[in-house]
Design a protein. Structure first.
Length: 382
C-alpha cells in the first residue's frame, strides 16, 4: 500500500543511490561546507583526547572520538538571535546538551533516521568508480540506462543483471560500522524507540538490533517474495541467498515466477510497515537523531518535521541538510525562525562513525562501542 506516497522514478533514483552507498561523490565531500551566515561554525583537526575546557557560547566546539587517531568533527555552536529560547543551552556545546538529556532520563524514546552515510565505512562498493564500480561490472549486460536494473518491467524481462548486483551487495559480506553499533547500544539500554533506515544492507540486523525496532523504509534483502501474479509466496533470506550465490535465477517453487528480494523498485510503493509505524512513533518520540542522509527523498525526508515542537533533534552528517524553503518543518540550527521559536536542533559535521564515537564517549559508552566494532571486524576477517 502506498497511502498517497507512490514513489516517483526520480525520487527513487536518488534514494537508491543513497541507500546503496552509490553516491561516491557525496561520500568524498568535505564536512566543512556549512551554510552561509554560520559565523560560529568551523572545522578543526581535533587532538587525540577531548578538550574539556568550556568555551564561550558562539564559538566552535571541536572534539575528538574517545581514543585513536585525531578526527575532524565540527560541533556547531550558533550565535542565537535575541529572544530565541534554546532547549540545548547551558552545556559546553549542543552535543553535550544532547548527551545530558540522555543521561538524565529526559530522552527515553529516541528515533534514529539513517541513510547512506552510516554504512560508508563498511566497504560496500559504489556504482560509478571506473573499472571497479558496480555499473562497470554490469556493462556486459548492455543496460538501456543504469537505473533499469531497479525497474520492475526490465527485471521481469532480464533478471540476470540484478542478481549479479545482488551477489555483490548481499548481506553477510560486510561488517556493521560504529554507527550501527551505537544504535544497538541505544536499543540495549531501552532508549531506542525505532530505527528508520533508507539502506537495504541489513547491517542494523547484523549489529544485533531486533527486527521489531527497525523500519526499512525502502525494503531490504531480509526477505523475498514471488512476483508472480496472484502468488506472492514469501521466501527466507537463506533460500534466495543460496540461489544467488550459485548463479541460479531464483524462481518460485509454486508458480515458477521470479523471486525478488523485498527491495523497493521503481514504481513500487514503500513497505506497509513504514506507513503503519510512523504515526505513533513520531508522536511518541522525545529525541530525534538523523545520520548520514541527504534528506532529499520523500516521504522519508519529511519525517524530520513529524516530531513534536519541543523535541530535540540532532543531525550528524558531512554537510548541512534539511534546512530552508524545501523543508518548512526542517532543521533550524541557528534560530533563524526568530523570537518565539524554540531552538532545539544540534549539528555535528563530519564522519558518522567518528561522531557516534564522540557521543558514546560523552555518554560513558566508548569502551563498549569500541569492543563491538572490533569484534565485528574480527568476525568478518575470518
Amino acid at each position: 500500500p502506498t497511502m498517497g506516497h507512490e514513489s516517483s522514478v526520480d525520487d527513487l533514483a536518488r534514494d537508491l543511490e543513497e541507500a546503496l552507498r552509490l553516491d561516491d561523490k557525496q561520500a568524498d565531500r568535505a564536512g566543512d561546507s556549512a551554510a552561509s551566515g554560520s559565523d560560529a561554525e568551523s572545522t578543526h583537526t581535533a587532538p587525540s583526547s577531548p578538550d574539556s575546557t568550556p568555551e564561550p557560547e558562539g564559538s566552535p566546539d571541536t572534539d575528538s572520538a574517545a581514543a585513536g587517531a585525531p578526527v575532524t568533527l565540527t560541533v556547531h555552536r550558533p550565535l542565537l538571535p535575541a529572544g530565541v529560547t534554546s532547549l540545548l543551552a547551558g552545556a559546553n556545546s549542543a552535543l553535550d546538551a544532547i548527551a545530558e538529556r540522555i543521561q538524565s532520563g529526559m530522552a527515553k524514546r529516541i528515533i534514529v533516521m539513517a541513510g547512506a552515510g552510516i554504512s560508508t565505512a563498511a566497504g560496500i562498493p559504489d556504482f560509478r568508480s571506473p573499472g571497479s564500480g558496480l555499473y562497470a561490472n554490469l556493462q556486459k549486460y548492455t543496460l538501456p540506462y543504469p537505473e533499469a536494473i531497479f525497474t520492475l518491467d526490465y527485471f521481469r524481462k532480464k533478471p540476470k543483471p540484478f542478481y549479479v548486483l545482488a551477489k555483490e551487495l548481499y548481506p553477510g559480506q560486510f561488517a556493521p560500522t560504529a554507527s550501527h553499533f551505537f544504535v544497538k547500544l541505544l536499543a540495549q539500554r531501552g532508549l531506542l524507540l525505532r530505527h528508520y533506515t533508507q539502506n537495504i544492507d541489513c547491517l542494523e540486523r547484523a549489529a544485533g538490533v531486533e527486527s521489531s525496532l527497525i523500519v526499512e523504509a525502502h525494503g531490504s534483502f531480509h526477505q523475498a517474495h514471488c512476483i508472480g501474479s496472484g502468488c506472492g509466496k514469501e521466501f527466507p533470506q537463506d533460500w534466495i541467498r543460496e540461489r544467488i550465490f550459485s548463479d541460479q535465477t531464483p524462481r518460485c517453487d509454486r508458480c515458477s515466477s521470479l523471486v525478488k528480494p523485498d527491495i523497493t523498485f521503481f514504481g513500487e510503493g514503500l513497505p506497509a510497515r513504514f506507513f503503519d509505524m510512523i504515526g505513533g512513533d513520531f508522536a511518541a518520540c522525545d529525541m530525534l537523531t538523523v545520520m548520514g542522509t541527504s534528506l532529499q527523498v520523500q516521504p522519508f525526508a519529511s519525517l524530520v518535521g513529524d516530531v513534536g515542537p519541543s523535541v530535540p533533534r540532532l543531525l550528524i552528517n558531512r554537510e548541512r541538510v534539511g534546512e530552508g524553503a524545501g523543508h518548512p518543518r526542517g532543521f533550524d540550527f541557528d534560530g533563524r525562525r526568530g523570537a518565539g521559536a524554540v531552538h532545539r536542533d544540534a549539528l555535528v559535521l563530519g564522519d558518522c562513525d567518528d561522531a557516534c564515537r564522540l557521543l558514546a564517549d560523552k555518554l560513558g559508552w566508548a569502551e563498549e562501542l569500541a569492543g563491538l566494532v572490533a569484534g565485528a571486524q574480527a568476525q568478518t576477517s575470518l
